[in-house]
Design a binder for this molecule. Structure first.
Ligand code: NAD
Ligand code: ZN
Ligand code: ZN
Length: 389
């Protein structure tokens, strides 16, 4: 079959690879109908996440039709149309019983390595480093789904791929980011990053009743897409984020702050960005935490910092004293996708939201390698890419 494979920094290829096989009786194989490139894939593309191996199949946001089912999988049958949550979960361990699917204790087949690096393992993820299981991803014609009797969302008739595809990742990710803010009707929610995750977080914050949403980025078309919702935007290349947020909140700061940027944040000319870039270049720091520093500084005392943005390892110069003394609450994590999908599927069916608004590029899987570059460099107005095998 054909798939997009990783071969090192900035080297994604459209390759011929072996077809996946059923390896465990709970598995299923799907024929992919649509898949997407996620901001998390860019951290692999840019070579910032450790644990990738040459030839690994990329992709963790995908859906398709079940074409083969393992002997112990009574939940799926051939012909079912499913979206696949990117966090693989068993449904039976202590964490899964609590709905903490992204830290499933059983789905990471490289658990012992993750135990050493993180202290305790997290869930297995598709197409996302050998630290999280090294499972083949969904930017491919076919994918093997481990624990497929649990790790799926069945899609009812009448909904298009584009309406439901993002249930596998960015929609629940933006939603969880907003849920983690415990939004109250008087809240100003500030969101750093108007990429696909930021866009979902903006709409989720409004659906959850935020009074005011302020969005920070530097890409004009992303800020324009944010403003459609009624959000206020700040272009961090043109104005001071700290001063604008103070003006917009009568000097008090936003109650809730969301980091939808992660480990590759940019900062125009500030001292800390130069420092982070230098340390990252010589591997003394793996991530650039400019947004985290800014959130700690601007957040209203007793506020909440919600971090869906992905970090991989070590960060430096975090003003933890300010965070402690201001009494800030931190919430973060890979998304517990399946905790939210029933609710979000209903909201799509009821017409409360159509997540396909974020798609700007529709191409074939073969055009994937070029599209990684277009998405990363935000060329051609690119906000979200959907690929069809
Ligand atoms: P993206 O790269 O398209 O978006 C990031 C945006 O942040 C860009 O528009 C960029 O211009 C902006 N940005 C950069 N520096 C900034 C700064 N200093 N201030 C404000 N904005 C800044 O990616 P995406 O798909 O939207 O993903 C965003 C983050 O969410 C990534 O880190 C990704 O890995 C992560 N993610 C996490 C989960 C999860 O389960 N927690 C799921 C999906 C994605
Ligand atoms: Zn993702
Ligand atoms: Zn589990």
């Amino acid at each position: 079959m054909k798939a997009l494979t990783w071969h090192g920094k900035k080297d994604i290829r459209y390759d011929t690879v072996p077809d996946p096989q059923i390896e465990h009786p709970r598995d299923a194989i799907i024929k992919v109908s649509s898949c997407a490139i996620c901001g998390s894939d860019l951290h692999l593309f840019d070579g910032f996440m450790p644990g990738m191996e040459s030839g690994d199949i990329m992709g963790h946001e995908f859906m398709g039709e079940v074409v083969e089912v393992g002997a112990e999988n009574a939940a799926l049958k051939i012909g079912d149309r499913i979206v696949v949550p990117f966090t693989i979960f068993c449904g039976e361990c202590d964490q899964c019983k609590r709905g903490n699917f992204s830290v499933c204790e059983r789905s990471n087949r490289n658990k012992s390595t993750a135990d050493k690096v993180f202290g305790h393992t997290t869930a297995g993820l598709f197409g996302y480093t050998h630290l999280t299981g090294g499972y083949a991803g969904g930017q491919a014609e076919y994918v093997r789904i481990p624990f497929a009797d649990k790790t799926h969302v069945k899609i009812p008739d009448g909904l298009s791929d584009e309406q439901v595809l993002f249930l596998g990742d960015i929609f629940p990710t933006g939603w969880q980011a907003a849920i983690n803010c415990d939004i109250e009707p008087t809240d100003t929610v500030a969101i750093w990053g108007a990429g696909p995750v930021g866009q979902m977080a903006i709409r989720s914050a409004f659906l959850l009743g935020a009074k005011h949403v302020v969005v920070i980025d530097c890409v004009p078309e992303r800020l324009a897409m944010a403003r459609v919702t009624g959000a206020t935007t700040i272009n961090f290349k043109e104005e001071s984020v700290v001063e604008r947020l103070a003006d917009l909140t009568q000097g008090k700061g936003p109650e809730k702050c969301i980091d939808a940027v992660g480990m590759e944040s940019h900062a125009t000319g500030s001292f800390d960005s130069l420092y982070d870039r230098a340390k990252q270049a010589v591997m003394l720091e793996s991530d650039r935490p400019h947004v985290l520093r800014e959130m700690i500084y601007v957040c209203r005392p007793a506020g909440i910092l919600s971090v869906p943005g992905v970090y991989g390892g070590l960060i430096d110069k975090i003003p933890f004293g300010a965070s402690m003394n201001k009494g800030l609450t931190w919430r973060m994590g890979q998304t517990h996708v399946a905790r939210w999908t029933d609710d979000l599927l209903s909201r799509i069916q009821e017409g409360q939201i159509d997540p396909s608004f974020v798609i700007t590029h529709r191409v074939s899987l073969a055009e994937g390698p070029e599209m990684y570059k277009t998405f990363r460099d935000k060329e051609d107005g690119c906000i979200k890419v959907v690929l069809t095998p």
